[in-house]
Design a protein around this ligand. Structure first.
Ligand code: DHB
Ligand code: MG
Length: 226
């Protein structure tokens, strides 16, 4: 067994990263406070995970991106402000009230011209993006039971060298718990869906994939370009 741990074992390390890498700037703080003040459920990515999204967006040199699960725009701003010049983010949100807050967030960030919000169930709105692809980055962070369906769409519309990101892919630890240990049928379904998502990427011959051990697990799959 390796002495190296998987993920940061000491919570002070997150504080270290957050402070020294300036994980949440003034714009992101304003947007988070907007979401809080409008009563949006605070399930957006953490400040450090926001920074991971920014870094990964730059790393792939993404110009076009799709986000599934806008919430109130916190992660979308992280992605959109790192897209290449002339780039565009398409972000899908089920909830009209979340979408209203997100549109304000995009204005606060000055990004309303490079983000297009698609309102409604993503599986119904994604087909309209067919002609805008292929995409360099797809971030999946919506209803967990549909992760495999979102992944199918992402695989079909990703450019070579592009990246698929999936949030919460440790499934709150349920991945390694037996069905007997899990309390609700719902959590078993979520565990199964996220497991299918992870293993489909892990086994896909066109992808190199891993789960970065962030607090909640961030699956990263890169479509091979050679
Ligand atoms: C939940 C969903 C998320 O995407 C997340 O990052 C955290 C929590 C949830 O449904 O509880
Ligand atoms: Mg999430």
């Amino acid at each position: 067994m390796s002495a190296k741990t998987f993920g940061a074992s000491d919570p002070r390390l997150e504080t270290y990263v957050s402070q020294n890498f300036h994980a949440e700037d003034e714009v992101m703080r304003m947007i988070r406070e907007l979401g809080e003040s409008r009563g949006v459920q605070q399930i957006q990515v953490s400040a450090c995970d926001g920074l991971h999204l920014e870094t990964l967006t730059q790393m792939v040199g993404a110009k076009t991106a799709v986000e599934i699960g806008t919430l109130y725009g916190y992660s979308g701003v992280r992605i959109a402000r790192n897209l290449a010049p002339g780039g565009r983010l398409y972000t899908c949100e089920f909830s009209e009230s979340n979408a209203q807050v997100a549109r304000e967030a995009f204005q606060i960030a000055g990004l309303e011209d490079r983000i297009e919000l698609l309102l409604g169930p993503a599986l119904e709105t994604l087909p309209s993006l067919q002609s805008k692809g292929p995409f360099d980055l797809v971030f999946i962070d919506a209803d967990k039971k549909n992760y495999p369906a979102y992944l199918d769409w992402a695989i079909d519309h990703l450019a070579p060298g592009g990246v698929i990101l999936g949030d919460n892919t440790f499934a709150w630890g349920t991945l390694v718990q037996s069905d007997e240990e899990l309390r609700s049928p719902e959590s078993i379904l979520i565990k199964e869906a996220i497991h299918r998502f992870n293993t489909r990427l892990a086994e896909h011959p066109d992808f190199v994939s891993t789960i970065l051990p962030t607090g909640e697990g961030l699956t990263v799959g890169v479509k091979k370009s050679h």
